[in-house]
Design a protein around this ligand. Structure first.
Ligand SMILES: Nc1ncnc2c1ncn2[C@@H]1O[C@H](COP(=O)(O)OP(=O)(O)OP(=O)(O)O)[C@@H](O)[C@H]1O
Ligand SMILES: [Mg+2]
Length: 327
């Protein structure tokens, strides 16, 4: 009988058989005495959009850089398609779209992409086709011959994404791709990301915009002070709140004092001040409302309006950390 030799890389194949395009375990990184990332583990499958949600300094970019092999972790592992990230060949499977736009302003969009494509060893007709394709995907075909210095911020961001797609990566990693982008461009970027996920790409996406994570991500990991404090689908995360409501008080005056007063009301799980509001998570919104308004009056703050909102990822973050996401 003709028996085939076992594959040369059984470990890698076993990991690949789990279906995870990206698999990280125990990622840890310190800068001096500050632990920027602390034991982060996550998986992203083909066709899945995973959102890493966290405030400024939470450790999103540091995590992403380790995922892409641009920063060595102190501890932990990263595997893409079952192969260790330290294997340089694996990096060709990743499309990395950095937080800072990385383009040459005095070259046109097409020239930028052609240059970057050559770095991915694309040549000739294939290179030309790929450049056309990613311009199309990011809605920039009609601006291809213009210099990037004449592009708006949103167009630059889209071109940055185009550059990350040139080599048909299996894993697309986007670090806050919509910061500083107008609502229309933001919408366009989010739609592209969704359709890439629907097309089978694995996407790891960082943001500090709760509503973006809500809208585009299949799974969300909440990162705070370097630690992944919760992870799951939006529905799973919101279910962790139990039977709780969120009440937003739009107010003026001493917002910290107002938040403290709200926290003293029985049945209030947590309250935090953000952008002229105090967001409250409480057991039964309607029932605690009168007590909240009395507490507000005692604190001296003026409450202008009250909204009882459906529990969302912002509420989950508030509940888990006691702080608002956008402080
Ligand atoms: N090269 C570095 N040297 C020293 N400290 C660093 C370095 N890079 C990051 N840090 C620190 O690590 C922590 C996490 O930073 P990181 O850039 O990963 O956060 P982030 O979640 O991406 O934040 P943002 O939303 O502002 O982009 C911060 O406290 C930051 O100051
Ligand atoms: Mg960052």
């Amino acid at each position: 009988m003709n028996v085939r030799a076992p594959p040369a890389d059984p470990e890698g194949l076993r990991a690949a058989a789990t279906g995870h395009v990206l698999s990280c375990t125990g990622l840890t990184k310190s800068f001096g005495r500050r632990r920027a990332v602390d034991l982060v583990g996550l998986h992203v499958d083909a066709g899945q959009i995973y959102g890493l949600l966290g405030p400024n300094g939470a450790g999103k970019t540091t995590t992403i850089k380790m995922v892409c092999g641009l920063l060595d972790p102190d501890e932990g592992t990263v595997a893409v398609a079952g192969r260790d990230i330290r294997d340089l060949a694996v990096r060709a499977l990743i499309g990395y779209v950095p937080q800072e736009v990385a383009l040459y302003p005095d070259l046109t969009a097409r020239e930028n992409l052609a240059f970057l494509g050559r770095l991915y060893r694309l040549r000739g007709r294939v290179l030309g086709e790929r450049v056309d394709e990613v311009l199309e995907v990011t809605g920039l075909s009609d601006r291809a011959r213009e210099r990037v210095e004449a592009f708006s911020g949103g167009m630059r961001r889209r071109l940055n994404i185009a550059a990350g797609l040139l080599h048909h990566p299996r894993l697309l990693v986007l670090d806050e791709p919509t910061v500083g982008v107008d609502p229309q461009s933001r919408h366009a970027i989010l739609e592209r990301v969704r359709s890439l996920g629907a097309g089978g790409m694995a996407v790891l996406y960082t943001t500090h915009y709760m509503e973006e994570a809500d809208r585009v991500c299949d799974r969300v990991g909440i990162l705070d002070h370097g630690r992944l404090i919760a992870e799951g689908t939006k529905r799973e995360l919101v279910a962790r709140l139990g039977e709780k409501d969120r009440i937003d008080l739009v107010a003026s005056g001493d917002m910290e004092a107002l938040a403290a007063a709200c926290r003293s009301v029985p049945d209030v799980a947590t309250a935090a001040a953000v952008d002229g509001r105090v967001n409250v998570v409480a057991g039964d919104g309607r029932r605690v409302l009168p007590a909240l308004l009395e507490a507000a009056e005692r604190s001296g703050a003026a409450v202008h309006s009250v909204e009882v909102v459906e529990a969302d990822l912002e509420s989950v973050f508030l509940h888990l950390t006691g702080t608002a996401l956008r402080e």
